[in-house]
Design a protein around this ligand. Structure first.
Ligand SMILES: Cc1ncc(COP(=O)(O)O)c(C=O)c1O
Length: 487
């Protein structure tokens, strides 16, 4: 029979000064732990030898206590397998529970109100077709990835088990420097790249490293809730700046807060509207940042996916003054649970960011970094990207066709042919939050556009993701959505 590992015991304290014998104290401690639910039915107990050693007593009181617990039905002892908490307990043992509530009224507890974007909105419980930010996970080369993970896990030596470098694994940073230079015109060295735990951490780290509480920061409106949360966590005063057909309206930003210390932008594919920031606006933004001494947080979250023409150059590539912090992620191009992203840092800030990262969480786990470095350098990443571009382009085409056919003039598709979502603008009077809740009840996922506005009242619309929606389900899902819109 396979030997199970020994169990762990609850904390009990023995006091030799008490008149109560030691075996009784062990018995009481274990019985109470069982009745409290700290030890659960079926849970394995430590051996009497181990427990005697841990409690610094001879085995005799421990054996006596366990015999008593067994006789009373609290513990089952199986020869050769050890002792377990009985699956059927004598006293009506309460269900396992946490700490009991305090007997006296608790004193004041200083928990400030949360200003973070609520994760409990009904439409964020993403299910069914059109989930936003979900890539086609069933198209991911999972077997290949598993082989690479196994290979790297086997190679792990004690050196790999130590704290990682806050900047990340050199092999991955080298691979990324080459990739970004070629496809995103981000000319940087590996020394400037920090591997982060998703772009969310890149934004939080940039805000915490470069801002002090109360600093005004421009945020695109409508915009990305994750950026709003990261800035809010750093205590920034968020200044919503409208987005029009050319991207962030720099003139409006200057009117609202010319003195801002930073701006968050998604120039390659604005989230959520999908517009591309024009060259004129980019130059205007860089000029403002230069004059003001402000930082630009460029979130290039899905620029790999453009379905007509070449991907556009980054804002980073146009910046001669090292004002731009460039953020990228593998959440869309590989899978979100990977939690790997990257941050390209201006050279004079690298040491500062390294220190802040060390204080935050030290580093991203090295194992997946090593796997990813090999995935890129062996050409799997480029191959996967090419394949996925074809798949998403087709899903987008079928979705747009279905929207034109089923919804027609009832909504307008906005944004460029890129990324993994479309925005449907609804008529001015439409109540997009109610529609999104009704859609969720019918198994369709949609984020209301108005929920992406932080300042003024938002325009109504629906954000529909098509990354994980199969071609075959798109037409019927759009038909159900059209029915909902005409209710
Ligand atoms: C605008 C934007 N940035 C970044 C991300 C990805 O964030 P992360 O890398 O933390 O998963 C998303 C994902 O939905 C996004 O929409």
């Amino acid at each position: 029979m396979k030997r199970l590992p020994e169990g762990l015991g609850p904390v009990i304290t023995l006091d030799r000064r008490l008149s109560r014998p030691l075996h009784r104290q062990v018995y009481d401690g274990y019985r109470q732990a069982i009745l409290d639910g700290r030890l659960r039915p079926g849970q394995r107990l430590p051996s009497t030898r181990t427990l005697a050693r841990d409690l610094a007593v001879s085995r005799i009181p421990v054996i006596t206590a366990f015999e008593q617990l067994t006789a009373e039905g609290y513990v089952d002892s199986r020869v050769g397998a050890g002792s377990f908490v009985s699956a059927s307990l004598p006293d009506a043992a309460p269900a396992p529970r946490g700490k009991p509530p305090p007997k006296a009224r608790p004193g004041p507890r200083h928990v400030p109100p949360s200003h973070l974007v609520s994760a409990s909105e009904p439409w964020l419980d993403l299910r069914g077709p059109f989930r936003v930010s979900h890539p086609a996970l069933d198209e991911f080369p999972a077997d290949l990835w598993a082989r690479l993970v196994a290979r790297h896990a086997r190679r792990m030596s004690p050196r790999h088990m130590m704290y990682g470098d806050p900047m990340g694994l050199p092999a991955l940073r080298e691979a990324l420097a080459a990739h970004l230079g070629t496809v995103r015109s981000v000319a940087c060295t590996a020394e400037q790249i920090m591997i982060v735990t998703g772009s969310q951490q890149a934004l939080a780290l940039s805000a915490q490293s470069l801002l002090v509480p109360g600093d005004p920061v421009w945020l695109e409106e409508p915009g990305y809730g994750g950026a709003l949360d990261a800035l809010t966590l750093a205590g920034a005063r968020v200044v919503p700046v409208p987005v029009d057909r050319e991207g962030l309206d720099v003139g409006a930003g200057i009117e609202r807060a010319a003195e801002a210390k930073a701006a968050y932008v998604t120039p390659s594919h604005q989230y959520p509207l999908g517009v591309i920031m024009s060259a004129a606006r980019r130059l205007q933004l860089l000029d403002w940042a230069r004059r003001q001494g402000a930082w630009l947080f460029e979130d290039d979250y899905d620029s790999e996916y453009r379905y007509d023409g070449q991907p556009l150059a980054s804002l980073y590539g146009m910046d001669d003054d090292e004002r731009v912090l460039y953020v990228g992620t593998f959440s869309k191009v590989l899978f979100p649970a990977l939690r790997v992203g990257y941050l390209v840092i201006p050279r004079d800030l690298v040491a500062r960011f390294r220190r802040f990262r060390g204080a935050m969480d030290i580093s991203t786990a090295p194992l997946h970094q090593a796997v990813l470095a090999e995935f890129i350098s062996e050409g799997h990443f480029a191959r996967h990207l090419r394949r996925m571009r074809g798949i998403y382009a087709e899903r987008r085409r079928v979705l747009e066709d279905a929207i034109h056919r089923e919804i027609g003039d009832g909504a307008e598709i906005v944004g460029d042919h890129a990324g993994m979502h479309v925005v449907l603008k609804l008529p001015k009077k439409a109540r997009d939050r109610e529609i999104a809740v009704r859609a969720a009840k019918r198994g369709i996922s949609a984020i209301p556009l108005s929920s992406c506005y932080n300042g003024r009242r938002g325009e109504p619309g629906l954000i529909l993701g098509y990354g994980s929606t199969h071609l075959a389900e798109i037409p019927s899902a759009v038909r159900r959505l059209a029915a909902l819109l005409s209710d």
